[in-house]
Write a protein that binds this ligand. Structure first.
Ligand SMILES: Nc1ncnc2c1ncn2[C@@H]1O[C@H](COP(=O)(O)OP(=O)(O)O)[C@@H](O)[C@H]1O
Ligand SMILES: [Mg+2]
Length: 255
């Protein structure tokens, strides 16, 4: 991985919705070139963390640094420049149903990068092939694709801009085991082929172990444990143990 550089840093980030404090002075570092997986139960704030990194939600308190820039202090134009370095794979693929595969994947290339259409078509074909889809799907609509294919199109859209950072929100949710495994392989592949830094949010432990260099567990607004997959697997923390072993009897142990 070469020199260790913190490419994303959350420092004391707090966020409340109404009177519910979702992030509570949360600290998190993501190193250049790694795949960091954030795990935790539904509703603990995993997507909220990604939205803060992508500059889609402002923090109430604390700082978010991405590639040496403090996100909360950027002007809109500067934030747009930073966003060009990020690809986001949203939960449920979030494709535009009325647009073709080409128009979905090329959306930011045409709008933000002003790429001409001929070049964009060749470019999109190449990205589709990289995620294991045939280039001749270009003119189909999302409704004509399976769930696994739509996830791949979502991934092709995220990598279309040649990002340095990819944020994945529940990339395997709603997929059958075979399609999930294919997406896990792709996440590993993207790290190797594109040398990107990735943050993956999931509650699927199988996927977490498969793709992660490090795993961070969020509970009660904070990161309560972070380490390699082996360290998390062997953690003595009762919360982490209960989550990773998937035991669902009874309430979470009291900390
Ligand atoms: N824009 C919002 N407005 C109000 N509440 C929100 C908003 N976004 C998230 N929440 C609440 O914050 C909590 C954490 O949400 P989220 O980050 O989506 O959790 P996760 O991704 O871990 O399932 C949930 O209780 C959710 O209802
Ligand atoms: Mg979520």
């Amino acid at each position: 991985m070469g020199q260790i550089v913190k490419i994303i840093q959350l420092k004391g980030v707090s966020k409340s919705f109404g009177d519910r404090r979702v992030l509570d002075s949360l600290d998190l570092d993501v190193y250049s070139g790694e795949t960091l997986v954030i795990i935790g139960r539904s509703g603990v704030g995993k997507s909220t963390i990604l939205k803060h990194i992508a500059g889609l939600l402002p923090a109430d308190q604390g700082e978010i640094w991405v590639e040496g820039l403090e996100v909360g202090r950027l002007k809109e134009r500067e934030m747009n420049e930073l966003r060009k370095k990020m690809g986001v794979v949203f939960q449920y693929a979030a494709l535009f149903d009325s647009l073709t595969v080409f128009e979905n994947v090329a959306f930011r290339l045409l709008r933000d990068f002003k790429m001409v259409e001929d070049k964009a078509r060749a470019w999109v074909k190449e990205k589709l092939e990289l995620v294991g889809l045939r280039g001749d799907l270009l003119d189909l609509k999302p409704a004509q694709l399976s769930g696994g294919m739509r996830k791949r199109v979502g991934l092709a859209r995220a990598i279309a801009v040649d990002p340095e950072i990819i944020l994945y929100d529940e990339p395997t949710s709603g997929l059958d085991p075979v399609s999930s495994e294919a997406i896990n392989d792709l996440i590993v592949d993207m790290q190797k082929k594109l040398r990107v830094t990735s943050v993956v949010v999931t509650h699927d432990m199988h996927s977490a172990y498969k793709v992660a260099n490090r795993i961070a567990m969020i509970y009660d607004g904070k990161i309560i444990g972070i380490g390699t997959p082996d360290e998390i697997k062997n953690s003595q923390d009762p919360y982490i143990r209960q989550f990773v072993t998937g035991s669902v009897e009874g309430p979470m142990p009291v900390r």
